[in-house]
Every structure is written in C-alpha cells, then in structure tokens.
Design a protein around this ligand. Structure first.
Ligand SMILES: Nc1ncnc2c1ncn2[C@@H]1O[C@H](COP(=O)(O)OP(=O)(O)OP(=O)(O)O)[C@@H](O)[C@H]1O
Length: 616
C-alpha cells in the first residue's frame, strides 16, 4: 500500500489534524500497545510495523510478503496518551457535540490489547495512589478540554452525565444511588432507544465529572483471566449530554430525562476473546459468549453503515442492547471515532499461524471443489454440444423438411381440388345425360325430362317413412334430395337399405327441407344442402349402379379423418382412376342409349338398379 510522506514528518501535522477523511461518519484510529514485561521476558518479538501515520504492516511469522492495513491514523507503541488524544480528533467530536450532534468514541480490540488503558488510563496502583496525569486516558483529557471550552463559550451550557454497563445483556446503572440493578431498554419516537430510569447527573466542574468516572469504574465488572488480570467483562457507556442555552431557546428538561442537545459518548467495549485462549470457564465463559455476541452485532451494524451500496437498507440495531443504545450515535446524527488497539505480538503470531494453516486447508478444499466443478461443467458442456446442439440442428432440419412437405402438400391439395371440381362437373353432366336417357327410355322419346327436383312436390312424401329406406334410389342426382315417393315406379322392390342413413342428413323427414328449398350459402352450419361424405357415398353408389363396378373415390370431399398416407398422393392416385371411370361411364351411357332406342319401354316389374343400365 502506498504511503505518503515520511512518518516523522507527518506525525505532528497528523496528530493535530486527527484521522483522515473528515467527511466519513466513522473514523478508525489504530494504536499498537507496547509489549508487556511478560511478553518481553518470553523473548517474543513484535510483528507489527507502523509505516507512516496511517499504515500498519504485519509480517507473517513464517516469512513471506508483509500485509498492509490502512487506517485514519496509526499510532505505534511509542506514542503517549497525549499523542493518542490529539491524533484521535476527539476535540473535533466535542465541537460537533456542542453543536448538537451525537458523537461516540469507542475502543475495540482483543482482550488485553489496551482499550481501557487508552480510554481511561491504567487502574490506580493502590488505594489512594493517584494515576499520574500523563497516563490519563482520552476520557479525562476530553473532560478537561470540554469544560475549558464551555467556560469560554458565550452562552450557558448545561452538562450532564450518565454511566452504565451492559453485562450479560443486562443494563446496569453505574451511577445509581443504590446497588446497580437491571434497567429496561425502551424505545419511543422522540427519543429512540433509551434506558428507563437511568440516572443522569448534572455536573459543573471537572472534579465532579472525574468523581462520576471513578465511581463508575469502581463499580464496573472486572475479572482476571489468562490474558488480562483486570479484564473488563462488560461494555461501559459514559455519556455526556451537552445543552447550550440561548436567550430565545431555553430547554424544557423533564426531571429524570436527559436534556435535548448534543451528546458525547465514550464506550469501552469488552474485549473479544477466544474462550480457549483465555481459559474461561463457568461464569467467565458465559460472559465471553455474551460479549462476543454483542460485538458481532455491533460489527454487523457498522459494516452495513459503512457499505455505500447499503445505505438505505435496514440496520439491525435491535440485535443487542449495545447496538440499541448506540443506534443514535451510529445511525442517526452520529459521528463516531473508533480506536481499535492492536493485539499483542505473541497472540497475533499464534493466530496468524493458525489462520495460515486454515487458509492452506481451505485452499486445498477449494482446489478440489474447483476440480470437481470444472469436471462437471466440462461434462455438461460436452453433453450440451453432443445433445442439445445436435438436437437443435436436427430440429431445424426437420423443421425445414416439414416446411417443404407442407408446401408440396398444399400444392397437391389445390391441384386435387381443382381436378375434383372439374370431374364433379363432368359427373354431374353425365348424370343428367343418364337421367335424360332413362326418362326417354321410360316415357318415350320426344319428351323433355324435368329435373326430378322440379317434379310435383308431394308433401305427403315427406310424411312417409324415411325415404332413404326406399331402395329405388330416386334421389335427385342434382340436389341429392330423395324424391317424392310417388316417383317410385310401380312394383319396384323396396329392398333393404343400401344407402347411407346419413344420405338424408340424419334428420327426420319432417325436419328435412323440401326439395325446392333454395340452395344454402356455403359454409353455413345449418346448411341442409351441404355436401357431406355421405353425399359422396351416395354418388359413388349411383356410379356403381351405373357401371356395375366398384367405384373408388379419388378424393372424398370431406374425409372423416386425416389420411395416414401422404395427402400428396390422395388426389394424384384418385384422379386418373376417376377419369377412367368417366371414360367408362361415357361408353356405358352411349351403349345404353343405343340399346334403349332399340328396346321397348320398361314394363312393370322388379328391376334392380343394375338393370337400369345393363352392363356394357
Ligand atoms: N499503551 C500502553 N502502555 C502501557 N501499558 C499498556 C498500554 N496499553 C495497555 N497496557 C496494559 O496492558 C494491560 C491490558 O490493558 P487493558 O486492560 O486496557 O486491556 P483491555 O483491552 O481493556 O482488556 P479487556 O478487554 O480484557 O478489558 C494492562 O495492564 C494495561 O495497563
């Protein structure tokens, strides 16, 4: 990571300027504490190197390239408490608090890394032994600066303080008049999260504030464990409420409620710890779990707040009492200074070795997973190439082939329909000629045969049993309607039904249209004259009667089902057949006419349809 300027050259200016990035609501300053006497006795060496005023470099214990981390400010082990106070930019936070902002300073780090020392200095070395002023922490120095600042303000300022700790997710008042008891955390619209019945003490002098601080420190939960003889087991929050009063603006302060105005909050977080490393058991372990959980929640909220992509997303302040009480400082009009303190070199070294080992293991697992995944994806790609792509090509070819076939079929169908229409006209003409020949044969020559449809209508005929049961086949060959029953020649056999019952449309006689009914419009669903497949059958029967041969229909008008064979062959095969039949019909008609002229008219008697036109 690139570093600007020389460390010594920048230090003085950096200390005065405070942490880099004044626009950022959360500033981070790192302090490396000196190695303890115990660590030096064990011959441990520091792996932390401050490079310049903002970069920390960590040397891997096993060698290899250094890892660099950048902060708003980095303070090495040689820096004094005063250096830290100046470099942290707390005075800037104090100014913001005087203007009504909520500002927070908190220390974060592993247990024993020096958080409490940085904030409040070392603990007294004995009863009645005062801590030297040079070792006073950020809090005492800020108190002194603030009270001095307030004295020089033109307007009166009210200063109050509260001090609480969160121990095992319970809020305890460190300034309570009696023994501390758990207090509930509430929320309302105007105040946000707040601790009910928390004692807020007004003070007017530095001595009074220092006394409050000492009271709270003495009440705070401490325990000894392997890594720290005076380890804080709770998160401690000391809040200063700053109310500036002007002539026009007098704050109405309800008893027991903090005044409206700026806030400056100091948070001494309990240290994160590995239970195995601290050797915590029983109550210590419970405390450690609670501490770690709440620190996790805090870390989550901070990371969300710092993520520019997630500015509008929900921040889970409700996940812990700590984050609830810091919600206003972190997420509202808050400005925060964070002072993480570097871990001791020996623990850092051990942890790095563990992390490197874990890293190697994870890398190995990742490589294996990559191998499997790449093998899997390669097989998928091959499968897709072999199958999907091939199938697609096949579908495209098939599609193309079907398109061509469809086009050929359409042409073939059009051709067949044309031929069918022409042949139907020819059949029709031949039928008329045939009918005429029969009429002349029966009634004698010289008479013009009327169209059977125009023969005298016979209403009773339609009242008779269905005519299709009459095998006389007196169906008008033009309009396909059964003729009146009187048209049957006397003595004709009423043979068993040979015509398709659907020849009359499957309708009862009364429902059938009279023969002289006008032709319907094509396509009408109720069209009584619509030619159906049975019409075709009827025609075929008629043709067979005429020819005494089986007639193979070349192109039925409306096939009942789609043919299995290619429609392209339908008309093509049938048309020559029908053409031949037509030719045969012509021959038969001609010979029939010739024979009819030489024979006497039909006499009464049974006559089969085949006898109408004797075989050629
Ligand atoms: N900068 C420093 N100079 C000298 N001594 C220090 C420094 N920082 C910390 N120490 C000493 O290191 C020990 C641990 O410090 P401290 O109790 O402040 O750690 P902590 O991070 O608050 O630990 P915990 O999280 O367990 O409360 C103390 O004895 C303290 O005096």
């Amino acid at each position: 990571m690139e570093e600007r300027g020389s460390p010594d050259g920048d230090l003085a200016r950096s200390l005065e300027q405070g942490p880099e990035g004044p626009e950022t609501p959360i500033q981070v300053v790192l302090r490396v504490r000196p190695m303890s006497a115990a660590e030096l006795r064990r011959g441990q060496q520091s792996v932390l190197h401050c490079s310049g005023t903002r970069t920390l470099q960590v040397s891997p214990p096993g060698g290899g390239p250094e890892v660099a981390f950048r902060f708003g400010a980095v303070l090495d082990a040689a820096r004094t408490q005063e250096d830290v106070f100046r470099a942290c930019g707390v005075r800037r936070l104090g100014e913001l608090a005087l203007r009504g902002f909520s500002c927070t300073v908190f220390t974060f780090g592993q247990t024993g890394s020096g958080k409490t020392y940085t904030l409040t200095g070392p603990p007294p070395q004995g009863e009645g032994v005062p801590v030297p002023p040079s070792l006073a922490g950020i809090m005492q120095r800020t108190f002194a600066w603030l009270l001095d600042r307030v004295q020089h303000l033109g307007a009166p300022v009210t200063l109050r303080a509260s001090y609480l700790e969160i121990y095992n997710e319970q809020v305890r008042d460190l300034l309570s008049l009696g023994s501390p008891r758990p207090l509930p955390v509430r929320w309302n619209k105007t105040r946000g999260f707040y601790v009910e019945q928390l004692r807020v003490v007004e003070f007017g002098s530095l001595e009074a504030l220092m006394e409050l601080l000492q009271t709270g420190l003495s009440r705070r939960r401490n325990s000894a464990h392997t890594l720290n003889q005076a380890s804080s087991r709770s998160h401690a929050l000391l809040t200063l409420y700053i109310s500036r009063q002007t002539a026009q603006q007098m704050p109405s302060v309800d008893p027991g409620e903090p005044p409206v105005g700026g806030k400056l909050c100091f948070v001494d977080l309990a240290g994160s710890e590995k239970v195995a490393a601290t050797g915590s058991r029983g109550e210590l372990m419970l405390e450690a779990n609670s501490i770690n959980r709440s620190l996790l929640a805090l870390g989550h909220c901070i990371s969300l707040l710092l993520d520019p992509q997630r500015k509008q997303s929900h921040i889970p302040f409700r996940d812990s009492k700590l984050t609830k009480l810091l919600a206003d400082s972190l997420g509202g009009r808050g400005v925060t200074l964070m002072s993480p303190v570097a871990k001791q070199p020996q623990r850092l070294e051990t942890e790095m070795l563990q992390l490197q080992e874990e890293n190697r293991r994870l890398q190995f697992q990742l490589d294996q997973m990559d191998c499997k995944a790449s093998g899997l994806s390669g097989a998928r790609v091959a499968w897709a190439q072999r199958n999907l792509y091939g199938m697609l090509q096949e579908f495209m070819l098939e599609n193309e082939r079907l398109r061509k076939e469809k086009s050929q079929l359409q042409n073939s169908r059009d051709l067949a329909q044309n031929e069918q229409r022409i042949l139907a006209q020819q059949v029709h003409a031949l039928e008329r000629r045939l009918l005429s020949a029969c009429y002349h044969h029966q009634q004698g020559p010289g008479l013009t045969p009327p169209c059977p449809c125009l023969m005298a209508p016979a209403p009773p005929c339609h009242a008779l049993p269905p005519l299709y049961s009459c095998p006389c086949c007196h169906i008008c060959p033009l309009c396909r309607v059964p003729l009146a029953h009187w048209a049957c020649l006397p003595g004709e056999h009423h043979l068993p039904q040979v015509l398709d019952p659907e020849a009359s449309g499957g309708r009862p006689p009364s429902a059938r249209p009279p023969p002289w009914a006008p032709p319907c419009s094509p396509g009408s669903a109720k069209c009584p004259r619509e030619r159906s497949h049975s019409d075709w059958t009827q025609t075929r029967v008629l043709a067979e009667m005429l020819t005494e041969e089986e007639v193979v229909p070349s192109a039925p008008p409306l096939p009942v089902r789609p043919p299995k064979t290619s429609p392209g062959l339908r008309g093509g095969a049938g048309v020559p057949n029908l053409a031949q039949r037509l030719e045969a019909l012509r021959d038969q008609i001609g010979s029939s006419l010739r024979r009819g002229r030489s024979q006497p008219p039909c006499s009464e008697g049974a006559r089969s349809p085949g006898q109408v036109l004797p075989p050629h």
